[in-house]
Design a protein around this ligand. Structure first.
Ligand code: TYM
Length: 334
């Protein structure tokens, strides 16, 4: 019988230790989708090198990320969890798609503009064509849905444009994917500057909470978070710091904004921050415990890395072979 389940693809860069933003914006939603869909969750190490990385750290971060995927609740038997660099089909399709993407389209990407402004000494071609590799990731597996945070919306749009362009020339080769962006937690902001997003590569570590931060560190970062001077716990554009903390609180407790505001009516910022900190700690505790346990289990993690890369390659090859045929590459002689 044909498999009726739809396919999900998503990924994270191992360019640092993942944050509460990555968890609430993406990873947590992934765990909710694993029963209904065929899911692939990638560790996009090839994307990470568009910014200079320390090789030792990159390797450690990639393994830690894989462990955190599983510790957060992704079942490696149900989902295909793997390293992008172990599946060369990503780069191969990426090259083909480069030839179907316009410079003008890539020039409009806000992430490229932001990252090239931040790394003026290393504006490399990979940073520019980053969205093309991302399109290849998604299209290789004929993904229907891509669960991401708000900041990736533009990359999903260009993926759809590239796929539609290719299909209009060669027929229905690619499934056109949809973004899946959650209602809460889709944009967690930096704690010290709530006008910019929380980011794992932020140099100011007080801006972000890492998934594996110790409880004391989490409490202290939240207590130091920027708020405002009026001491009223409510959300609003005029209160980005308090709004961000309220959003985090709602996301980790599954409460609505109204419920949260009612709960903190009359509380001062000190009491409010303590409650937010405690709620974050409580939600991350089971993940941290599981991650510690998995780190001890080297053979188990290694077997996941090996088996899942093979599973991913088998699916990826189907699409790549079709693409090669369509564009006129000679058949391989077997
Ligand atoms: P990355 O590694 O920056 O982030 C991983 C996921 O976390 C989400 N996210 C956030 N959500 C809420 N608030 C935040 N402050 C926040 N920061 C990050 C991101 O939206 C993302 O879902 N280009 C991607 C990686 C990628 C990918 C893909 C994703 C490569 N290929 C294919 C999906 C499909 C990235 O840089 O994510």
């Amino acid at each position: 019988m044909a498999d009726e389940k739809k396919t999900i693809f998503s990924g994270m860069q191992p360019s640092g230790y993942i944050t509460l933003g990555n968890y609430l914006g993406a990873l947590r939603n992934w765990t909710k989708l694993q029963d209904e869909y065929n899911c692939l969750y990638c560790i996009v190490d090839m994307h990470a090198i568009t910014v200079r990385q320390d090789p030792v750290k990159l390797r450690q971060q990639a393994r830690k990320l894989l462990i955190q995927y599983i510790a957060s609740g992704l079942d490696p038997e149900k989902n295909i969890i793997y390293y992008q660099s172990h599946v060369p089909q990503h780069a191969e399709l990426g090259w083909v798609l480069n030839c179907f993407t316009y410079m003008g389209e890539l020039n409009r990407m806000t992430q490229f503009k932001e990252k090239s402004a931040k790394h003026t000494d290393n504006i490399n071609a990979g940073l520019f064509t980053y969205p093309v590799l991302m399109a290849a990731d998604i299209l290789l597996y004929q993904a229907d849905l891509v669960p991401v945070g708000e900041d990736q919306r533009q990359h999903l749009e260009i993926t759809r444009d590239i796929a539609t362009r290719f299909n209009s020339i060669y027929g229905d080769v690619f499934t056109i994917p949809e973004a899946y962006i959650g209602k809460v937690g889709a944009r967690v902001m930096a704690l010290q500057d709530p006008t910019k997003k929380m980011s794992k590569s932020d140099e100011n570590k007080n801006n972000s909470i890492a998934l594996l931060d110790e409880p004391g560190v989490i409490m202290s970062k939240i207590k130091k978070a920027v708020t405002d001077s009026d001491n009223e716990v409510r959300h609003g554009e005029d209160k980005p710091g308090v709004t961000n903390l309220l959003n985090i609180y709602c996301a980790v407790t599954d409460k609505t904004m109204e419920e949260a505001e009612r709960e903190f009516a009359g509380s001062n910022y000190g009491q409010f921050k303590t409650a937010v900190g405690e709620a974050v700690v409580a939600s991350l505790e089971p993940i941290q415990a599981k991650a510690k346990e998995l780190e001890q289990n080297k053979d188990y993690i290694d077997s996941i890395i090996k088996n899942n890369a093979e599973r991913a390659q088998r699916i990826a090859n189907r699409t790549l072979t079709k693409v090669h045929r369509k564009i006129g590459f000679p058949d391989r002689i077997r």
